[in-house]
Write a protein that binds this ligand. Structure first.
Ligand code: 2P0
Length: 325
């Protein structure tokens, strides 16, 4: 009744931004990501019959509150489908996603939790079923079941059976690198969950966002297949800008950007003017991720580190899907 799994985080090139069902997490648009080698979570789940509640530790700290509740709710989903409805679990997670790297730990965290908990309770699930379960913990996490380039197909069914990730190309297909640019000041006032909800409900730009997704998705999949870096990067950058534009139209309006966020964006565009192909993308926070090719690694890192207000630059290669230890 015990299992350990490891899952890597992912960066969305076509963003997931909005839910059509908040309870079982069904998105309003399909999304596409790259799983990253550098940042992962390792989780051990052990079900015991002598526990009176679940116990969750993250990096050896006991966790309570909202994060604990999300883990327990996810374990309920697993237990309730088993014969072991009344068994509680001990969950130990070690996160090597540096919080400071500005990656949400929920993607690797829920993918590792889903893999370890299903195995510990004795389910024999394939990757597609695992992705569907993981989605109900955190949307972006369903993409971390697979390595490399991954699409989360939004699906159309009310029960979510057709809403899960699939692999577009493995991590060995193409060595595209990602620099995580961490800003000195990373205060974030609106969570991604609250931000996407407010945008869906109030932003007049939201329908424009949705209308643009099928074309972006088709084009970026072709670009990835052809290993066309300029095309992949420019679609990803434009898709990120469209997502962030929807937040400016929300009521009340908000943005995740800080002044340094914009400085990094401008520097990346200047790098391109100077002949170094690099493109940015930004999630629901002020940090910036920069896509580049291995041959430009040293130059890109140096330029990014020299930007005033940048505190750290961490580099990553494409990474694998879930593994069991
Ligand atoms: C993404 N983000 O595709 C997008 C881009 C943020 C911006 O997925 O509510 O933590 O748990 O399903 O997955 C962040 O949202 O949200 C996110 P829930 P999640 O990566």
């Amino acid at each position: 009744m015990k299992a350990t799994a490891k899952a890597h985080t992912n960066i969305a090139l076509i963003k997931y931004w909005g839910k059509r069902n908040e309870d079982i997490i069904l998105p309003t648009n399909s999304s596409l990501s790259l799983t990253l080698d550098g940042f992962y979570t390792t989780t051990t789940v052990a079900f015991h019959d002598d526990l009176s509640r679940d116990v969750f530790t993250l990096n050896d700290q006991i966790i309570e509150g909202e994060s604990y509740n999300r883990v327990t709710k996810f374990l309920d989903l697993i237990r309730n489908q088993s014969e072991k409805k009344h068994l509680f679990a001990e969950v130990h997670s070690i996160n090597t996603v540096p919080t400071a790297a500005g990656f949400a730990s929920s993607a690797s965290g829920f993918a590792a939790l889903a893999a370890a908990s299903t195995r510990a309770i004795g389910f024999n699930v394939n990757d597609e079923e695992l992705s569907r379960l993981t989605r109900q913990g955190s949307g972006s996490a369903c993409r971390s079941i697979y390595g490399g380039f991954v699409e989360w197909e939004m699906g159309s069914r009310e029960d979510g059976l057709d809403s899960h990730a699939i692999q577009i190309a493995s991590e060995k297909h193409w060595d595209v690198r990602v620099a995580a640019v961490v800003l000195s000041s990373t205060e974030k006032k609106v969570s991604s969950r609250a931000g996407m909800k407010r945008t869906v409900e109030t932003s007049p730009f939201y329908t424009g966002w949705l209308d643009s997704i099928p074309y972006d998705m088709k084009e970026i999949k072709a670009a990835i297949r052809e290993k066309d870096f300029e095309k992949t990067g420019s679609i990803a950058e434009a898709n990120c800008l469209k997502m962030h534009a929807t937040t400016l139209g929300a009521n009340p309006p908000f943005t995740y950007w800080h002044d340094t966020t914009m400085r990094v964006m401008q520097t990346v565009q200047e790098m391109r003017e100077n002949g170094i192909p690099a493109y940015f993308t930004i999630d629901a926070g002020p940090n910036v991720k920069v896509l580049y090719l291995p041959e430009n690694e040293d130059k890109v890192k140096k330029v990014l580190e020299d930007i005033p207000g940048v505190s750290d630059v961490t580099l990553s290669k494409p990474g694998p899907g879930v593994t069991y230890l």
